[in-house]
Design a protein. Sequence first.
Length: 238
Amino acid sequence: MPRSVRTRLFLALTLFASNAVAQDHLTPEDDPFAQDEYHAKIREVFADVLHHDILVQVLLVPSFQPEEIAGIRRSEKGFEAFASKPSAQIWTTFNIQEIESGKQRWMDEHDKPIPPEKNPSLPDMKKRAPSDYREIHVHTDTRAISDALTERIRTIWQDMLANARQPTDRNLGVDGEDYHFSMPLRDRGIVSATVWSPSGGKTLALVSLGEALADYASGRADEATLIRRLKPLERKKA
């Protein structure tokens, strides 16, 4: 299913759970890769990607698909959009290791612990992902992007991060997508802010822009698409 269709379908299905409140502000956060053991493993798998000189970045963490990092980074000839995705969902490998190590315990119908080797979910999980993170390979698509468009995107990213604030109403849910936006800011280091499955407002527009960047890097969108995704954010900023 194309990303744009998947996103629209997901947002339509989860709208009832969001109180239909447009979210115009990201929520500030510390380093998203330092939240817990799972996010630390995301950093480990994407280590080579994160060593580049990145201007703007979004980490996408879906419930049922592989994680992804997209953004803009410096290249030898200027700037390039990039989109990096692992060969298997890191979350699945994380759960395999948690079960096999005994950290994650499953109980049977008699409320007795199931031995890891007899866990009924492991066979299916191992079909979808390896047990060892070192067997997960990251593929990165890149594509040159103009200086002018890079600056417009960087300006929007900075504005959204600078205006991040704690929400008055939590948009709660179980399954969905977490989006972690970040960039380096002068005198502040790497600044990050997040949103969960936005249903409207500037955060949804920013998510749409981030996904368009990934599509652009992989050749599924052009600069005109990026500009169309930018305009709603630029109008609201003005």
